[in-house]
Ligand binder design. Structure first.
Ligand code: B12
Length: 458
């Protein structure tokens, strides 16, 4: 029987400030699909390992086929594994968000790149390998040319096969193979850090919006939903592994109001005892929906607000306004749900004043978690197209000494100025959180002073 090893090459640098550790759901989905097709499958999730042990495990597994996940921060580790396993296995396959949008850059080190949803494509590639047949008839992949008659587009002997149709009925996809993931390590980490144990579930695929900076090469703009019944079956399964909290990892969990109300209703009917959190669009949350979510166990919503300036929101093609954002955060807060928000500072087209608008707006909201980041042009995005001629380095895993942020292109703002903006926002937010109603006396002078410094810095 063909054996397949799927690798998630995420190593956690000790100085990485990111507080989230979530299992690789996509790898779990691909593993389930392969196992259901009768293959012998293992997952090597490196999240809690060091590189030497992970490499040794990969070698010891001795798989015929090795599939490696990659997103933008993992390119280096992904290529390192490919190099180390090149002569130890017959077939090397890359998949995930980065190979999906930048496949050619993986073709030197891999035999096949799977673009987009991986469940069926991976099954078909492994089946073709087992039968000794040609990969070029498998849709949705990039592979090396064998026969000139096949293939639609080609670059130097590399074939892009026909595009693959997205999975229509998400309820038919087998749940991710959680039994192959290091659940006890995730539970231990989450309990130590937060006092509860969280895992992720994804209930929709795709997002109909086209934010300039967002890379949606895997699921595309076509939005598809799982039924509440199907989702809650997976919730029950996840809880049976010892988790007590779910992070819904959908891009737009709250997009369809009717679906969310039905979901909340079902949670109540089944008397499921778990807390959950999700990402929500600010234009889909009001007091009623927030109350229904709260009653169904939701205790935190993260919002991608990105800017506190309407003009910059337009530039980003976010299709929301600052007013939408304030209303949504206030509605969730009033319903008793904690709120988190993500902002990008110093986006192309920003001025000193728009950046300060964002800092002022972000720190005026009743947030419990606040993240500022610098702009990152991801391959395949409109932002990337805008600045690609100015890109000067690759993006690696965050985890610098003072800041996690790395500026990878020549922007209007210097990296130092961007980092200062991030730090300023974090300090203002920290002062407000720690000092409560007395924060005004410390935060206002700090804000005025650092606004001035920010304007002066080049
Ligand atoms: C949850 C999440 C996180 C979690 C953890 C990720 C995890 N462990 O999976 C946290 C919060 C830690 C995180 C952090 C970051 N994230 Co994130 N994250 C997500 C999110 C919202 C959901 C991931 C998920 O579970 N998807 C569901 C699964 C089913 O999808 P999937 O993984 O893509 O899997 C499918 C295919 O890719 C393929 N596949 C997957 N694995 C494999 C393996 C093989 C061998 C094959 C053949 C196929 C294959 O088949 C799967 C099933 O169809 C996605 C957005 C999204 N919609 O996916 C962003 C996303 C993956 N994140 C992204 C980014 C940019 C980041 C950060 C860099 C953000 C930042 N500024 O710091 C950091 C980097 C972290 C790090 N240090 O490396 C980008 C990646 C873009 C890119 N081109 O690489 C995404 C796509 C968001 C976006 N739209 O821009 N993230």
């Amino acid at each position: 029987m063909t054996s397949v090893l799927l690798i998630y090459p995420y190593f956690n640098p000790t100085n990485n400030r990111s507080i989230f550790r979530f299992p690789p759901l996509g790898v779990g989905y691909v593993a389930s699909s392969l196992r259901n097709a009768g293959y012998d499958v293992g997952i090597l999730d490196c999240t809690f390992m060091n590189r030497e042990d992970a490499m040794a495990s990969a070698h010891a597994y001795g798989a015929d086929v090795v599939g490696i996940y990659c997103m933008v921060t993992m390119r280096e580790e992904c290529i390192r594994f490919a190099g180390a396993l090149r002569n130890k296995c017959d077939l090397l396959i890359a998949g995930g968000p980065l190979p999906s949008c930048d496949p050619l850059s993986f073709m030197k080190d891999f035999d096949v790149v799977i673009r987009g949803e991986g469940e069926k494509a991976m099954q078909e590639v492994v089946c073709a390998y087992e039968n000794g047949s040609n990969f070029e008839s498998v849709p949705g992949i990039v592979c090396k040319r064998k026969n000139k008659m096949y293939g639609e587009k080609s670059t130097d002997g590399i074939v892009f096969t026909a595009s693959r149709k997205l999975e229509v009925n998400l309820d038919e996809i087998a749940f991710p193979a959680r039994d192959l993931l290091p659940n006890s390590r995730y539970i231990e980490h989450s309990k130590k850090r937060f006092g509860h144990s969280t895992t992720t579930i994804i209930t929709t695929r795709g997002c109909p919006f086209r934010c300039e900076f967002c890379s949606n090469a895997v699921f595309g703009v076509s939005y598809r939903e799982r039924s509440p019944d199907n989702v809650l079956l997976e919730v029950e399964q996840a809880l049976s592994y010892g988790y007590d909290r779910i992070h819904f990892a959908d891009d737009v969990f709250t997009l369809n109001r009717e679906r969310i109300l039905k979901f909340c209703d079902e949670v109540g009917k089944r008397e499921l005892d778990f807390k959950w959190e999700c990402l929500g669009r600010v234009d889909s949350i009001d007091r009623d929906i927030a109350t229904a979510m709260k009653n169904a166990g939701c205790d935190r919503i993260f919002f991608g607000i990105e800017s506190g300036n309407d003009q910059i929101l337009k530039t980003m093609n976010k299709k929301i306004t600052v007013e939408n954002a304030r209303k949504a955060v206030n509605s969730a807060h009033a319903a008793g749900i904690r709120t988190g928000a993500f902002f990008i500072l110093c986006y192309p087209g920003e001025t000193n004043e728009t950046v300060l608008d964002t800092l002022r707006f972000a720190t005026s909201l009743p947030l419990d978690y606040l993240s500022f980041t610098v702009p990152y042009p991801l391959p395949g995005t409109a932002l990337f197209e805008k600045v690609k001629h100015k890109i000067k380095k690759d993006w690696t895993v965050p985890g610098g000494f003072i800041s996690d942020h790395v500026l990878i292109f020549d922007a209007e703002f210097s990296e130092t100025k961007m980092k200062l903006a991030v730090l300023k926002g974090q300090i203002q937010f920290g002062l407000r959180k720690r000092l409560g109603k007395y924060a005004f006396f410390a935060e206002k002078p700090f804000e005025i002073l650092t606004d001035g410094i920010f304007r002066l810095i080049k």
